[in-house]
Design a protein around this ligand. Structure first.
Ligand code: 3UK
Length: 544
């Protein structure tokens, strides 16, 4: 049987607690009030100014935000949808809400009005906190949001709140900086994040007060060993569970500093941020490491000497990417796997103990085991589905009871990932047990892309699966059986791509590669066997 336990850790979780108080106010109590907690690099095209916030200021800002939200009528267990860019206002809204027992629900800032409507109604959010420049994304659906009472706008130099909206800045300015954080149970709800699957709608992942504390005191303390001298910078945004840890609790728990960029990720800009802010830990995903590697002579043009570590998650880091980065910048990338339901990373390489191409070893405080499709133990040397145990696992999926029962199995969470543990004790990701595709750290459901493709007259049958580019980073790959009379050509491929784009499919979901085939593998009952194509793609990419 394949089972392994990370080192034991002692974590003190108080019975009654408020996680915002522990992460923020405790720094002031420890004498770090004047230390910088947050630097925001700003973005002139968005009208967002560069700024700096000390721990004392962050405590006051979160208190003011908490008092302001209370004044509006929000309180314990009320959900607040957050469509916010990475700025100090995101932090004051998120932790201010937690201080009064309300539940912040940050979501992706790049979605459509219909997607936001789903989040508003599913979470029954009473308020939304949104950056002014994103307001058009929700205005068309506001009259359909059944439970929404308040639109709270984070103003920028370019967007001010209208009379039917509440200005977040006014709310802060007009509220007291004194607030006694509401101490709830360690097992009270604290925040939600949304996670998507192959079929069905996104699931609200309900996290409790102690979850961020557990992740901070396991992964960030024992693997990254963050301390008050660190400057953390995550290219992945705060609305993504990965970015949330990298830029908030993994930093504040240790009195370190976080650098926020509200703008669109760009590799040149990231090198500039590393140099200007003397970043010590950089966090991003494989596709972005590859984009940074594409910046010519970056090692000569930028001073990256402040970096002590780089971190990868979201998708497996190809060994070649690890090596190229190490050669050019002389610093390790630690790959580790995390999941929204786990709060953060639970298998990781360790500084000085890295095996490129693997996810590493169990993080202290977590247990791992592999099972077959029937839930039985898998023998050593065989791949199996990964189950993980640790006290940062979410409580359940909001109003998705059947999905909850399938994934949250007693103390274990079924990740849906296939893993192999080798003789050296390193764990290697070998793909998903479901058909979900991972690209640029984002999820793509094959069904959605296939349904869009099938509308094109030249497409008779198709299967969309996980593929890999020449750097072994994840891409969307389409196998297509053409209708009679259609000829496979580069021209047709381009036509299919623009057809998908025009159908409204988001750019990252459009297949980067097409393969025209005469048939697809099918079951006796006529179901396409995507897993066979997925294994073929994996073999092609990894056996070379
Ligand atoms: C995949 C990886 C191989 C894997 C996340 C860090 O990605 C995060 O959360 P999500 O819920 O996705 C979880 C799934 O993503 N995955 C993540 N990291 C790796 N596969 N190697 C990796 N290093 O399929 C997993 O089940 O979006 C990452 C911290 C917090 C997170 N939530």
């Amino acid at each position: 049987m394949v089972y392994e336990k990370g080192e034991d850790v002692e974590i003190e979780i108080p019975e009654r607690m408020n996680i915002a108080e522990i992460l923020i106010d405790d720094n002031v109590r420890a004498g770090r009030g004047e230390k910088i907690a947050v630097r925001c690099c700003g973005d002139s095209s968005l009208g967002i100014k560069k700024s700096e916030v000390t721990y004392h200021e962050l405590m006051e800002l979160t208190n003011r935000a908490g008092n302001g939200l209370k004044k509006v009528g929000l309180g314990v267990d009320d959900r607040i949808l957050m469509i916010a860019l990475d700025t100090p206002e995101f932090l004051s809204a998120f932790f201010g809400a937690i201080k009064i027992g309300a539940i912040p629900v940050p979501v992706n800032t790049m979605l459509s009005p219909e997607e936001y409507l789903y989040y508003l109604n599913d979470s029954r959010a009473k308020a939304v906190v949104i950056h002014g420049n994103l307001i058009d994304r929700i205005s068309p659906i506001l009259n359909k949001a059944e439970f929404l009472k308040h639109v709270i706008v984070i103003e920028t130099e370019k967007f001010t709140a209208s009379s039917s909206q509440i200005s977040f800045q006014n709310l802060i300015d007009e509220s007291s900086e004194e607030l006694e954080p509401l101490k709830l149970s360690k097992d009270s709800m604290a925040f939600w994040l949304y996670s998507s699957g192959t079929t069905g709608l996104p699931k609200g992942v309900v996290h409790l007060q102690h979850d961020m504390l557990y992740s901070a005191d396991t992964y960030y303390k024992h693997v990254l060993e963050i301390d008050e001298n660190d400057v953390c910078y995550s290219v992945s945004k705060l609305f993504f569970a990965y970015g949330l840890g990298n830029s908030t609790y993994g930093v504040f728990r240790f009195g370190a500093e976080t650098v926020l960029d509200p703008g669109i990720p760009d590799p040149e800009k990231s090198f500039r941020i590393v140099e200007d802010y003397r970043v010590s830990v950089l966090f991003t995903v494989p596709a972005f490491y590859n984009r940074m590697l594409g910046v010519e002579k970056a090692e000569n043009r930028f001073d990256t000497s402040s970096l002590r570590l780089c971190v990868n998650a979201g998708e497996a880091l190809p060994a070649v990417t690890y090596q190229r980065w190490k050669e050019r910048f002389g610093v390790d990338i630690l790959d580790g796997i995390g999941a929204t339901e786990l709060t953060h990373i639970f298998i990781s390489n360790r500084p000085g103990k890295i095996k490129p191409g693997t996810s590493g070893v169990p993080v202290p405080g977590y247990e791992l085991k592999l099972v077959d499709e029937n839930g039985n133990d898998v023998p050593v040397g065989k791949s199996g589905k990964l189950l993980v145990k640790g006290d940062s696992i979410a409580a359940f999926y909001w109003e998705k009871h059947e999905k909850t029962k399938k994934s949250f199995i007693g103390e274990w969470f079924d990740t849906g990932d296939m893993y192999i543990r080798d003789e050296d004790g390193f764990w290697t990701h070998v793909g998903r047990a479901d058909d979900l595709i991972r690209t640029r750290g984002l999820w793509v459901s094959p069904v959605e892309v296939e349904n869009a493709l099938l509308k094109h007259p030249a497409v008779e049958l198709c299967a969309v699966v996980q593929g890999y580019d020449e750097n072994r980073a994840g891409i969307v790959k389409a196998f297509v059986v053409l209708s009679q009379g259609a000829d496979p050509s580069k021209g047709l491929e381009d036509e299919l791509k623009s057809f998908l784009r025009e159908s409204g499919l988001k750019g990252y979901k459009i297949p980067e590669r097409f393969e025209f085939v005469s048939e697809l593998p099918m079951t006796a009952t006529g179901k396409i066997q995507r897993y066979k194509l997925r294994l073929l793609e994996r073999e092609r990419a990894f056996s070379a």
